[in-house]
Design a protein around this ligand. Structure first.
Ligand SMILES: O=P(O)(O)OC[C@H]1O[C@H](OP(=O)(O)O)[C@H](O)[C@@H]1O
Ligand SMILES: O=c1cc[nH]c(=O)[nH]1
Length: 516
């Protein structure tokens, strides 16, 4: 069938057909059609949406993605036919049925993800099938290799190349902002690519974006690393392991991070930048991705095994994950806290200690210090101000201002302080709930949104003392976050009233604005 192009200003994927044309072609909404341009000979497949009013019969509404792919112009005539079903759908079904995927199967799925042949819901099906029928180590290795092969790779002619990565899952885990400059300040190279938030309220890329651009090509990552020793960029923009971000995008709404995909996601980013040694942070805690030391050791073994298969030396740190790292959760709050530590502030101690331990492991792996002495060297580089100087250089090379100071970074203008309703000690912090509140307040997209914790485990509180403050860039988001905090009660104070049944809030008129 021949149809006339009408360009439609929609950024998403898809094409729009009049219902009668769709009927003539024999396609339903969600089916794929192949669109070819007789003039250029180019062709691409896209999903059908139908209308009876927005597009006339004989026309095809073309969204941006297809327009760009085929370089189409208004009123141009294109050839349209029913597209073949991607073979990778059967491979995803194979995984749904609990069968093992071969290297070629996984290559096929990853290639279709990268080329946008699979729709977001089909990628979700892959994520969910591997969530239910876990990937084994052969499949994880295949996934890692396929992710690397379908993107750009960096080869440094100097070494050793050092890298670090956290599996995430603990709020406030801003350590890369301190670890990367410490390592670069020692003279080692660390081309750090991070994802955005997956289950959290701010991934490292979301945080760094407060200070400078994070979207660069692989070549720029290499050049900047050679210049300053390190970078902190968003992996999703680099075309390094491009399937990674497309998968993560489908995990984000569910707040899931399937173990096999997580290992492949992390290690593909390390392998593609040519890392020789890698320190992995595995937070362990009641509300983390890994709940016990035993599980943490098993995961560490998997990272190390995959490292051996890919010729990278990996060491994992099982870290304390029962409480947020430091006190700040959310992009601006976390940047402010990390920058103040680099400027010489000697708290929060949890943030300083964790950063130095992870940097120390990397130093020991790279032969920069003896076993057991790496953290000391890291602390020295932090205390001397060399790491701070390096961080400012990194900000500058990425296009930000090197004059930035922590006291110039302010969180959202709307805030609300949650106070203790009785005397007592903090006995529990729920990471999931803290993340939920920060996300409801707008993090990570709203950089000023988040949660600042005034009290952590063991803190003695008197009635009326602040427990945490919620920040937001928009008032309506703050109000929603207050509701969420009221419902979730993320910080438990010994002796505190959890609720009354029937619930007092169900019948009290003129509900109080304070959470007590
Ligand atoms: O959102 P959740 O699931 O916490 O984890 C995502 C964060 O953890 C990792 O941190 P890094 O790159 O090692 O600093 C990722 O790259 C990302 O920034
Ligand atoms: O980079 C990361 C970190 C955690 N989980 C992932 O899937 N990727």
């Amino acid at each position: 069938m021949r149809l006339t192009v009408r360009l439609v200003d929609i950024a998403a994927r898809g094409i729009l057909l009049h219902q009668n044309d769709a009927k003539s072609l024999g396609v339903l909404p969600g089916d794929r059609i192949m669109i070819s341009c007789p003039e250029t000979g180019k062709a691409t497949a896209d999903y059908v949406e139908t209308t009876t009013t927005l597009i006339d019969q004989g026309r095809i509404g073309v969204y941006h993605h297809t327009k760009e792919q085929l370089n189409l112009h208004e009123s141009e005539v294109v050839e349209v036919r029913v597209a073949d079903r991607p073979a990778s759908l059967d491979l995803i079904k194979k995984k749904m049925n609990g069968e093992k995927l071969s290297r070629d199967d996984i290559r096929g799925i990853v290639a279709d993800i990268v080329q946008d042949t699979l729709s977001p819901s089909e990628i979700t099906a892959f994520v969910v099938s591997s969530y239910i029928n876990q990937l084994d180590m052969d499949e994880i290795e295949s996934l890692t290799r396929a992710m690397v092969e379908t993107g750009d790779q960096i080869t440094f002619h100097a070494g050793p190349i050092v890298d670090k990565h956290s599996i995430g899952g603990v709020p406030g885990n801003k350590i890369s902002l301190i670890v990367v400059p410490i390592i670069a300040a020692s003279g080692l190279f660390i081309p750090k690519t991070s994802s955005r938030a997956i289950t959290g309220a701010g991934g490292t890329a979301d945080l760094m974006e407060v200070l400078c651009p994070v979207e660069f090509s692989a070549t720029e990552v290499q050049e900047m690393t050679m210049k300053t020793g390190g970078v902190i960029v968003w992996g999703g923009a680099t075309n390094i392991a491009p399937a990674d971000d497309k998968i993560i995008l489908q995990e984000y709404p569910f707040k899931i991070d399937q173990i096999g995909q997580m290992i492949a996601s992390v290690m593909a980013k390390k392998f593609a930048v040519g890392a020789d040694v890698v320190a992995i942070d595995i937070p362990v805690g009641k509300y983390c991705k890994v709940n016990s030391i035993e599980e943490g050791r098993k995961l560490a073994r998997q990272f190390i095994d995959l490292g051996e298969r890919l010729n990278m030396r990996v060491e994992c740190a099982l870290t304390y994950g029962d409480a947020p790292v430091g006190r700040a959760i959310g992009p601006k709050l976390e940047i402010k806290e990390a920058l103040s530590v680099l400027e010489g502030n000697d708290s929060p101690r949890s943030l300083i200690q964790k950063s130095c331990v992870i940097a120390g492991i990397a130093f020991e792996l790279a032969g920069k210090s003896n076993r057991g002495e790496g953290a000391e060297l890291a602390l020295e580089l932090l205390k001397s101000g060399k790491a701070h100087k390096k961080f400012l250089e990194i900000i500058e090379v990425q296009g930000g201002s090197p004059d930035i100071k922590s006291d110039q970074i302010n969180p959202g203008e709307h805030f609300y302080i949650v106070r203790a309703d009785s005397n007592g000690y903090v006995i529990d912090l729920n990471n999931h709930s803290l993340i939920s509140i920060a996300r409801t307040a707008g993090a990570p997209a709203d950089h000023g949104a988040g949660v600042y914790l005034h009290a952590k485990h063991g803190t003695s509180l008197s009635k009326g003392d602040p427990i945490f403050t919620i920040y937001a860039d928009r008032k309506w988001r703050l109000e929603k976050a207050i509701e969420e905090a009221r419902r979730l009660r993320p910080v438990m104070v010994e002796g505190m009233l959890i609720d009354r049944v029937p619930n007092i809030r169900e019948w009290t008129p003129g509900r109080s604005r304070t959470i007590e």
